[in-house]
Design a protein around this ligand. Sequence first.
Ligand code: SF4
Ligand code: SF4
Length: 136
Amino acid sequence: MKKKIVLHFSKAIWDKPIIYRLIKKFDLVVNIQKANVLPKQESFMVLELDGDNGVITKGLDFLIECGVRIDPIEQRIKRDEDRCTHCGACTAICPTGSLYIKDRSTMEVVFDSQLCSGCELCVPVCPPHAMEIHIY
Ligand code: SF4
Ligand code: SF4
């Protein structure tokens, strides 16, 4: 099976070889789809794990033991279309490319909820509070 997740690394563990150990220890196929790792700063990574369901579960337990915060890919973020002013502030921070400018001539910001990881990074940066968290 395949599982898509967002990993958050605190300042204390940003430089630890956690992903290397995950691959070595559990023999999972790890596809890094997006990463923002900066020295001594909070970092995140969008990963797709491919492997046996039980092994993936053990791998996730290992990540949690290492201090990694895991967000499952869930479509729990919605955009209030009436509030969005298409300012573009969210497009720079969205790690999965769910918020993007489709056409430079109109500068319309598109929200593709299918790509959204639910990481919530766009919520605090949206000036008119158009990005909303919906818990399922
Ligand atoms: S930051 Fe908010 S208002 Fe600006 S484009 Fe994104 S969703 Fe729309
Ligand atoms: S929650 Fe916001 S920043 Fe995170 S993936 Fe979804 S649209 Fe992008």
